[in-house]
Ligand binder design. Structure first.
Ligand code: NOJ
Ligand code: CA
Length: 578
């Protein structure tokens, strides 16, 4: 196998800047805080950071509404702070990729302010402006965040299009000037030394140019409610087809692949940078070399329970699809981010959450592909259910609250509950550093931008876990070290074993000796997702494994693969030796 690129070997860690570390004690995370925590990240053992948007933004969508693509949000610091952060990360061998929002800007970006100032402004065509129809919007399209996708502008008597919030007008990517302006911003950061980009919402960049009405009879609220109360899988399937039909003209339109190729050629002007698409479609790998380096394996996350059967089926399909594109199409696994519930809350069973959190990490670090972890999961942070609508910062939660209470006329308590479930705030609360007021994120008495989860006081904080050799944090550190020292886990092929096993996952990761002098290696991984012990018998030519990792206490240094006892919730990695 050819020498892998850095991003194929790396474990990425997503920093959500508002919630990671508050350096100046004002209740909001910032670059100073991140700089102070670089040693923590180095000790943790991650290799690369994906930084969620750090640009100036009025924060209608928590930074995904960018008001300037080549600057830093004042509450996060300055460009010099950013440079210091980047250099500090690089000095520690940690790469940094930025979030790049292509689909839309903030409505307060100067481009949109100009564009909306008059119909003949030179930037008018930088966004999607259309005349209304019969006294209403140009067509029946919805914003995925609720309500019409069109916002009326009285000054110029036209509507502009927004797939997300109305404060996020869509850019017109068919306009070459828009491309140029964004590619200039891309070069600005690459020239500074950033290592690449995570591309936000690429599927929504183009719309059908004729703006045809979608055919769905239900409203968005009705469809959302129907999905919520679906009577079973068949009903759910039918409703999700309706959902797809509702947005069919607004996503994955022709033109995307040419655009990604254009962006790739900008990136390829620089050495060794990476593009990761917020999209699960494998077709974005292009021919393996001319579009994105990676897209997320989101299908893995689309379940309530990560069972061995589910994971196996996902891997089988995903790896086969990638291999069909090209040997260069590299997998990229994740279980959580700032848009989804916390891994521990989502995939726990309420009784063995800690054990399962360890297995989920073991799974991320032993499957084939680049793992993306989300800040805070290393200490087992959980979702926080907000108690009052005034605490919500994610407007999606606020929208659901009003839709349930005012449109569906349901009780306010139910509206609050639904809002708390839909709101992404629950997974965005400040990182819990110590057992002290505000979890040590900000000084006592300071109101943090989102409330701190009170479970910092019961062990869910960094300082307590640093001192405990058996903590989840130390489990993360051990497993990250293991992966770094084990070539088979980084680049090895994946071969599934015991495919019928309902309780556990067993597979091999195998790497051949390479022409550059690296030795071959085969590891056997067994992950027991159940509370039952199992005796596993593998009919392999090499029967003895040197133990590389086990989350259960074991005697001796080697194990017999024809009779491997695995304990409840054990994660086991052995290297086959003879
Ligand atoms: C995906 C981002 O992850 C999400 O947080 C954001 O709201 C939308 N894209 C719109 O930018
Ligand atoms: Ca701050």
């Amino acid at each position: 196998m050819a020498e892998l690129k850095w991003w194929q070997k790396a474990v990425f860690y997503q920093i959500y800047p508002r919630s990671f570390a508050d350096g100046n004690g004002d209740g909001i995370g910032d670059l100073r805080g991140m700089i102070q925590r670089l040693d923590y990240l180095q000790d943790l053992g991650i290799d690369a950071i994906w930084l969620s948007p750090h640009y100036p933004s009025p924060q209608f969508d928590c930074g995904y509404d960018i008001a300037d693509y080549t600057d830093v949000a004042p509450e996060y610091g300055t460009l010099d702070d950013f440079r210091e952060f980047l250099d500090g990360a690089h000095q520690r061998g940690i790469r940094v990729i930025l979030d790049l929002v292509l689909n839309h800007t903030s409505h307060l970006h100067r481009w949109f302010i100009e564009s909306s100032s008059s119909r003949d402004n030179p930037k008018r065509d930088w966004y999607i402006w259309r005349d209304g129809r019969d006294g209403g919007p140009p067509n029946n399209w919805y914003s995925t965040f609720g309500g019409s996708a069109w916002e009326y502008d009285a000054r110029t008597d036209q509507y502009y299009y927004h797939f997300f919030f109305k404060q996020q007008p869509d850019l017109n990517w068919r306009n070459p000037e828009v491309r140029q302006a964004i590619w200039d911003a891309v070069r600005f950061w690459l020239d500074m030394g950033v290592d690449g980009f995570r591309l936000d919402a690429i599927g929504t960049i183009f719309e059908h140019p004729d703006l045809p009405d979608h055919p769905v009879q239900k409203s968005l609220v009705e469809l959302g409610a129907a999905m919520e109360f679906a009577s079973g899988p068949a009903d759910r399937e039918k409703l999700s087809k309706e959902w797809e039909a509702m947005f069919a003209y607004q996503v994955e339109q022709p033109g995307m692949h040419e655009l990604m190729q254009e962006l790739r050629s900008v990136i390829d002007e620089y050495d060794d940078r990476v593009l990761v698409g917020e999209n699960e479609e494998i077709v974005y790998h292009g021919n393996g070399q001319n579009e994105l380096h990676m897209v997320f394996n989101f299908p893995l996350m689309k379940t309530k329970q990560l069972t061995p059967d589910w994971i196996r089926a996902n891997q089988q399909q995903r790896l086969a699809e990638l291999a069909a594109v090209s040997p260069e199409a590299w997998p990229c696994n994740t279980l959580g981010n700032h848009d989804s519930p916390r891994v521990e809350s989502r995939y726990g069973d309420g009784a063995h959450d800690d054990e399962l959190a360890r297995l989920h990490l073991a799974q991320m670090l032993t499957l084939r592909g680049t793992p993306f972890l989300y800040n805070g999961e290393e200490i087992g942070m959980t979702d926080l259910e907000l108690q009052d609508i005034s605490q919500f910062r994610d407007l999606m939660g606020v929208w659901v609250y009003h839709a349930v209470r005012d449109d569906l006329k349901l009780p306010a308590e139910l509206a609050l509950q639904r809002a708390a479930e839909a709101s992404r705030d629950r997974a965005r609360t400040p990182l819990q550093w110590v057992n002290a007021p505000n979890g040590g994120f900000s000084p006592a008495g300071v109101e943090t931008w989102l409330p701190v989860n009170p479970n910092y006081a019961v062990g869910v904080n960094v300082a307590d876990q640093e001192d405990d050799p058996h903590s989840l944090l130390n489990f993360y550190r051990q497993m990250l070290r293991l992966r770094k020292q084990t070539p088979a886990l980084i680049s090895g092929y994946y071969t599934s074993l015991h495919e019928e096993a309902a309780d556990y996952l067993a597979f091999l990761r195998h790497v051949d000796a390479d022409p550059f002098g690296g030795a071959g290696q085969t590891c056997l991984v067994a992950l027991n997702f159940s509370e039952h012990s199992h005796t596993l018998s593998f009919n392999l030519k090499t029967r003895v494994a040197r133990r590389r990792f086990s989350s259960s206490g074991r005697d001796g240094a080697t194990d017999d693969m024809s009779r491997l006892d695995i304990g409840p919730f054990e994660a086991y990695v052995g290297e086959l030796i003879s």
